[in-house]
Structure formats: C-alpha cells, structure tokens
Design a protein around this ligand. Structure first.
Ligand code: ADP
Ligand code: MG
Length: 249
C-alpha cells in the first residue's frame, strides 16, 4: 500500500540489458533504490557489477530498458546527461585524481569548472569537506604525496563537492593496503548515517552487514537474490549466493 511515509525512488532501473558483442553482461536487471537508502552490491568478478554502476551515470549505455535517476529518464535522448551526472558522485577503485594538483585544487575543480561555485565558495566548501574526511592538514600538498587511503578519502571529498544526491562506489577499498581500508570505510559509514543515497560495490562483507539497508547479489549478469543483510548473510536462499558466501566469509 502506498503511504505518505513511503520514500521517494531515487534510482529506478527496469529490465535493463547490456551486451558486449556476444557477452550478455546484464540480463533483465530491475532495481529501485529509495532516497537515503544504502545498497551494497556483492558478487563474483565479471558478474556485471561495474557495468551496472557505470550505466547509472551513463559511462555505459544500456541496450534496452529504462533508467530513471532523480526523475530524469537517462535513456531519453532529450535528457541533459551532464546535469544528471552532476547529481551523481562516483568513486572508483583507482581514485582517478589529478596527481600533479594539490588536494584543495582536486576538490575545487569540478564545482568551479562547471560553474556551480566561484573560487572562494569552492575553497570554503573544499576545506569543510576535508574535515569530513579527516584530512584538513593535507589541503596544500600534492595528491601524489598521499597514501592510497588518503587519496581515496580525497576522491570521496571531491565527489561530494558537487553536492550529489546519489553516490556510487565501485570497490573503493580494493586497491588499498589493509591498514588503510578502515579509514575509508569509516568515512563511507558516516556518509551513510548522514542520509546519503549510496550504491556500493564491495567485497567488505563486515561493512555490508553493518551499513547496508539492502544487499544485492549479482551473478552471471542477474540479480540472483536481494534482501536485508541478515537475510543475505544468515539465511541465503539462492544456491549460487550460498556458494559465493562460503568462499568469501
Ligand atoms: P564486475 O564488476 O562484476 O567484475 P564487470 O561489469 O566489470 O563485472 O564485467 C562484466 C563482464 O563484462 C565481464 O565479462 C567483462 O569482461 C565484460 N566487460 C566489461 N566492460 C567491458 C568493455 N568495456 N568491453 C567489453 N567487455 C567488457
Ligand atoms: Mg567491477
């Protein structure tokens, strides 16, 4: 039953397919993500998780189906995809920062270039975000001098500088030394608690248990099972999910 307390749908995906040549990578994927919801996507390598995330901000185009983000149908030719993209922050495994720029310059770049903030406002915003990611003292250093964990926290701050409505994370801790992982997950956990709508691909099952509202299991281009963490981790129904968990837990 519809109720007034029912959350707004932020991301609506319906019957999306994607192939690379003969390789049918996403098979009839349908998924709705509500405002403030934290969805964690798990699954084996090659199951289509990255392709799915990349489709949400049009780094990939689906072959068919519907994708609506923030009310904008991104499969419609008339939709200004750059505007939609500005509302979606993405954090990648390998940071994608400008290594020869300072930390502050990296965070300020997009809002200034895209005319969202003037330089003064962008710098103020960037310094606030450095507090959020606990790296205030790194404002003026070159990104190249940072550790992987610090780079990833800067990448998160940079994405947040555009004040996105949705944040996508593609294995944000997979390239990090183990001792750096906790700091990055802590920033993501705080972001989740602040109410950000988040879609996160990760192999960090402890984090998924703790932070996810819903866990989605991808395998062979399909959503094989989804549910609250307790269901997925303690009472998985799908055989492939059971097998996957037996390997990673
Ligand atoms: P995951 O993130 O779950 O590891 P991906 O979405 O990266 O999976 O990949 C799913 C499948 O699509 C894999 O078989 C991969 O080789 C293939 N694939 C991904 N990107 C491309 C591309 N740009 N061109 C061709 N094949 C691709
Ligand atoms: Mg991937």
């Amino acid at each position: 039953m519809m109720s007034e307390t029912q959350k707004k749908v932020k991301v609506h995906v319906e019957k999306v397919n994607k192939s690379y040549g003969e390789n049918h990578v996403l098979r009839d994927i349908s998924l709705d993500i509500a405002e403030n919801e934290v969805v964690v996507m798990i699954g084996p390598s090659g199951s289509g998780k990255s392709t799915f995330l990349r489709m949400l901000n049009q780094l990939e185009t689906p072959d068919n189906g519907t994708i609506v983000v923030d009310g904008f149908d991104i499969s419609e030719k008339a939709t200004d995809i750059n505007k939609v993209r500005e509302n979606i922050g993405m954090v990648f495994q390998n940071f994608n920062l400008f290594n020869n720029y300072t930390v502050l310059e990296n965070i300020m770049l997009a809002p200034v270039e895209l005319g969202k903030l003037d330089k003064v406002a962008a710098e103020k915003k960037a310094r606030e975000l450095l507090k959020t990611v606990d790296l205030v003292d790194k404002a003026d250093v070159s990104v190249s001098s940072l550790s992987g964990g610090q780079k990833q926290r800067i990448a998160i701050a940079r994405a947040l500088a555009m004040e996105p409505d949705v944040m996508l994370f593609d294995e944000p801790t997979s390239a990090l030394d183990p001792e750096m992982v906790g700091d990055v997950l802590e920033v993501m956990k705080n972001l989740a608690e602040s109410g950000m709508t988040m879609i996160i691909v990760t192999h960090e099952m402890g984090f998924a248990k703790q932070v996810a509202d819903r866990v989605v299991f991808f395998e062979a281009g399909k959503i094989q099972e989804s549910g609250v963490p307790e269901q997925i981790f303690n009472a998985p129904k799908n055989e492939r999910l059971q097998e996957f968990l037996s390997k990673v837990m």
